[in-house]
Each structure stands twice: as structure tokens, then as C-alpha cells.
Ligand binder design. Sequence first.
Ligand SMILES: [Zn+2]
Length: 77
Amino acid sequence: MPDFIVHRHPALAVSCPICGTDPGLWCRQLNGQFTGSLHKARQAEADRQFIEQYGHEAAIIHAASGWLIDPHGCARD
Ligand SMILES: [Zn+2]
């Protein structure tokens, strides 16, 4: 299962369906250069897997110590 809180961005937890980059690495351009950003489809895939793992009410929060998963973050907001 992807771990959404160990990377600099939660979507880095999944591999990219567009450029095929492995988890933990930023997306690549067509020339193979890392972009320091993420393809939209990768963010969507990360969202899908996050909801599958934690449910629709959960949210990821960026705290001083890093990323935290709030199991009911979306239900409150
Ligand atoms: Zn990508």
C-alpha cells in the first residue's frame, strides 16, 4: 500500500500513470528530465488510492512535523 506521509508531497506515494516514474520521485518530461512537479493524472491516482485506503472522510494535513492523516478531516471542513 502506498505511504502518503513519507514523501515531500503525498502524491509521490504512487507511481505516475503518464511518465511511469516510480514512487518517491518527481515526474519526468518527455526528455527524461525530472520536473519537480507532478502530472495531474498522478495526483488523481493518488487521490483515488488514498480514498480507497482511508475513506472519503480522511484528509492529509501539512503540519510542522510533516504530513499527517486526519481520518475525519473532510467530514469537518
Ligand atoms: Zn508523471
